[in-house]
Structures are given as structure tokens and as C-alpha cells.
Design a protein around this ligand. Sequence first.
Ligand code: ARG
Length: 434
Amino acid sequence: MTATNKYTFNSLFWVLIFISSLGLSFVSQAAITVIKADALVDVQNSKIVNNPIVIIENNVIQYVGKQGSKTLPEEASFIDLSGHTLLPGLMDMHVHLTSDANIHGYRRLKVSTPRSAITGVKNARATLMSGFTTVRNVGAPGYADVALRDAINDGDIIGPRMYVSGPSIGVTGGHCDNNLLPFEYKATSEGVADGPWAVRAKVRQNIKYGADVIKFCATGGVLSKGTKVGAQQFSFEEMQALITEAHLRGLTVAAHAHGTDGIKNAIRAGVDSVEHASFLDKEAIALAKEMGTYLSMDIYVTEYILGEGEKAGILEESLAKERTVGKRQRASFTNAHLAGVNMIFGSDAGVYPHGDNARQLSRMVRFGMSAMEVIQAATLHPADLLGKSNLLGSIDTGKIADIIAVKGDVMNDLTLLEHIPVVIKDGIIVKHEK
Ligand code: ARG
């Protein structure tokens, strides 16, 4: 080494030491936030804690206890939420952020994938601002949901923590296909596959392009043209192939299923959650219980479809289907809950406006749950379904600081959650209305 080289090496060394010492001082100056409130909903122990404090370091909850139970760190910043009740950030396990509630039926044909991603930017914000800090997006054309999730994670836009499926997988002409146009247009949705190996290939493709979860259509649906809502679509063999493939790769599977046979076969094939689950009978309920399958039942959306659907472009045949499905689904919800089946909150927002997700909470009480059970279905249980119980779903030490706050007696009136003034995601206050 020549003298000059040595000199350069030495100064570089000191510059590096200087930079790393700067880095270290950033790390040691962790941002500590102390929140004080009137009450906290402890979903883990099904109880209310009065006069709580929560200490957050960066984005992680470090301490939860009663006020006065701990000397508070001097360097902390304080958020005084007196008059408020703290709850874990809400979690919706069935949304379509890239869909617009005003664009249904044939109107959907003019929406490109890039346009749907931009719609998603708006809806992601609305969803987060309404107190939903985590969502599972089950079905989006063109992997627009993957792009949206990544943009949120990269900090380019704000929105909830997203777990996404990419395109839904389904049979030719089924609920997950596009059946709006005649044959010569050759319109087929990306997730269409027939036969066990073709179905496995779609699972692999979705994983390749970024899916966290697999969504498939086990039966017909309400909003698809020409499908019988009660009829099974994939064969049992196809469902088994799809679910085996997804599980092999470490992903969970959500099945759209209204009809009884489709629900039962999806459960028998090992699906993790059944979406809609409208026509449950005793055997289906017993199977779900035995297998520990989660039911994600969108019991509010009926009100929107029958009230606003026609204006939004929903086809008459879909409105007709909804008139029978909605009633049966609510009865099924009551029965499944009574039997002790695992229930999670799933709204199908996107069919109705994003940001109105919480309207379903009070309906879940109306159809049989206690307020605590509803809140658990929208916090604790989704975290379990996502395999994230160690990080999400409750306000507890070691979990990520996703916290909301509301005023008033929320346990006696879940409609208070329809307007949430304080939202904290990942330790950052994203909304604080005084
Ligand atoms: N996306 C669902 C479908 O088209 C919506 C079902 C809405 N109706 C209901 N009662 N949950 O089938």
C-alpha cells in the first residue's frame, strides 16, 4: 500500500466510525410514547381495564397497565386520551380495496387494472381513517392489490396493513370469471382454471406475483352474472388440489362459498376460512367446528345491495339473488355463532363504500353476538387466522402498536365505532380529531 492509499484508507475508516456512531445514537433515542385513556378493551381477557396507560417504543407496545402503576420515562411524549376508550386497531378479513362501490355490473368493464390500483389508493386511506389498521384483500384483478400493499409498506401512500390474494381462482363461467360478454370477446378472468393441476398452477402463479393468501370460488355468487348462488363450482378434487398446494407453500386459503355443498366440501378439503357462508345447515356448522374453520360472514352488505345496488349498476338478477341470500345468511350467522364456530369480521367492502366497514359491527350484535365477541371477531381472531397472533390483534406487550380510540360507552353501542376519532398504526398517529 502506498502512503496516499494508507491515508485514504485511514480517513475512510474514521468516516465510517463517525457514521456508525450517528446510526447508534439514532437507535438509542427510541421514540417513546405514553398514552393515557379512560378505558381499554382487553380482548385477550374479555374485560375492560379502567384508567389505563400504554407505553409504546417506536412501533411496539412495551407496557400496558393501570395509571400510576409505573414511573413514566422522562423523555416520552404523552398523548392524553382522557374521555376515550382504547381498542386494538380493527381488522377486516374480506375487502376489495381496488373496487369502487359505485361501479357494478357492466360498468366494471371500463375499469383498467391501473385505474383500479388508483381507486385502491383512495380506499386504502378511507379504510385506515375509519379505524381498520389491517385488512385481508381477497380478490383483485391484475395484482393491483399487491402493488397497493407494497406502496403502503414502502411508505409511498397511507393505508392499512394489507394481506392480499391477487386474482381469485375459479372455474370457467363461475363466480370468479367474467361472464358479462358474449363468446366472441373471449373475456376470461386471470384466475380461471379447470382441473386439479391447472388450479395448482394458478396458486403457484399467484404466489410468484406476491400473494399472501389464496382466494377461490367454491360456489356461485350474488354479483356474478349467470351463476347459481347455491351451486358448487370447483369439484372436491380441485379444491383439495388448490388447498394442498397453498398449504404446502405456507399460505392460507379463503373460499367464497354461499351454497351448502360448496361450503362443506371446502371445509372437508381443509380451507382456512369460508367467506359469506350463507346457506349453512347443521352438518356444515358441525364440520366448521370440528375443523376449526373460520367463517367470515358479510351480514351488512345486504342492506347496501338492496338499498343502493340498482343505482350502482348491480344487475337485476343479482338483486333477486340477494333477496334470498341475505335472510338466510343472517339466520346462518346466528346459528353458527350459537354453536361456537370461529367467527371473524369480513365485510366485503368494495361492494359497499370503503370506510363504512364498521357498520357491520352493530349488526353482528343484532344477530346474536355480545359486543366483546364482535370486537374479538374484528381483532383477536383475524390475527390468529393470519398467523400473526404474536404481533397483531390486541393491546398487549410485544405487539405492534395498532390502536384506535373512541369516546362514549362503546361496549353498549358499537355504532360509536362507525366514526373513530383516533387511529394509531404502527406506533404513528395517523388521525387525531379533537
Ligand atoms: N361478493 C359476494 C357475492 O357476489 C357478495 C354477497 C353479498 N350478499 C350477502 N348476503 N352477503 O356473492
